[in-house]
Design a protein around this ligand. Structure first.
Ligand SMILES: [Zn+2]
Length: 306
């Protein structure tokens, strides 16, 4: 006998989810701090303290992102969409990770055989750690060394901002995770072809294939007309998005383009069309075949797009 979902049932499920999220957050937080501690002590490389050009907190960013992984995977597994509460949870986990990282050093550091934690309180230790650390300027750290002093507090503040930025990266990744259009669960994504397919090959596919491409050509034209940032089109990618719940399958075509001077590839979804497993397999085969054949002379897709 099945019971209809009740407010109470939802309540229980959300409590169970909160518990899972707390556990996941704590696990990845403790995990990354422990891993960093081991590497720092065995190899002398403390990844969390890594800064680029003295102002870019790369290590803290890594710490924030890595500490959010537990929550990320649980959100994926439980099909929980990112929410403001989840953002707060991620930021809390990030902040907690940074605290744990500092506290682990305090609890385990010995100087000349004497435990630091028996000589100083944690705030005292933190103050010393932050202001008395020395940094060398110049090539390969060969220049003179300077004590951080007040700058140390700026650096620590930047570190915490870096950690939060790492948490935001995880949140953004969840926000950008493709979802099923009908039920909102996270979709299973499978690329049909690893590399972007050049437009002239797509042309060929559209002219010779009996696959239903719907309005792909028009949709692509519309995206290109509204994307002044596109410098050069690399091609299109196709991926199947399938839902484990409602068994919906869609093929999503995305535009891969270069949008800056550095040649960074940016991908934007252009067109989605319903499909089934047989159609997806056929398309995968046809794409693999068409990229090996020569291009057509009369293009269908916008000529300025290549
Ligand atoms: Zn669905």
């Amino acid at each position: 006998m099945s019971t209809p979902p009740t407010a109470n049932g939802d309540q229980q499920r959300s409590t169970a989810n909160d518990f899972l999220f707390g556990l996941g957050g704590l696990t990845s937080s403790v995990g990354v701090v422990a891993l960093n501690w081991v590497v720092a002590n065995q190899l002398g490389f403390d990844a969390f303290s890594l800064f680029f050009w003295f102002v870019i907190p790369a290590g803290p960013l890594l710490a924030g992102a890595a500490s959010g992984l537990g929550l990320y995977f649980i959100a994926k597994a439980t099909h929980t969409r990112p929410s403001p509460i989840m953002l707060v949870q991620l930021l809390l986990i990030g902040g907690w990770t940074w605290f744990l990282y500092r506290y682990a050093t305090y609890r385990t550091l010995d100087i000349d055989g004497a435990a630091v934690n028996s000589a100083f309180t944690f705030p005292q230790f933190l103050d010393i750690l932050v202001t008395k650390s020395t940094y060398s300027f110049g090539r390969y750290g060969q220049g003179s060394s300077y004590e951080a002093g007040t700058w140390g507090y700026w650096r620590e503040g930047l570190s915490v901002l870096g950690v939060f930025a790492g948490s935001l990266v995880v949140f953004q990744a969840l926000k950008e995770s493709p979802t099923c259009q009908s039920c909102g669960r996270y979709a299973n994504v499978a690329e049909l072809q690893k590399e972007a397919i050049p437009l002239e090959r797509i042309d060929r596919l559209m002219q010779e294939d009996n696959w239903d491409f719907g309005n792909l050509g028009n949709a692509l034209q519309a995206v290109l007309d509204n994307s002044p940032a596109v410098r050069r089109v690399v091609g299109l990618t196709a991926a199947s998005h399938s839902c484990g719940e409602c068994l919906n399958i869609e093929v999503v075509w995305s535009l891969v383009a270069i949008t800056d001077d550095k040649g960074t590839h940016t991908s934007v979804p252009v067109y989605r069309i319903g499909a089934n497993n047989v159609m997806v397999q056929a398309l995968r085969r046809d794409i693999a075949a068409v990229i090996k054949r020569p291009a057509l002379t009369a293009p269908v897709l916008p000529p300025h797009a290549t």
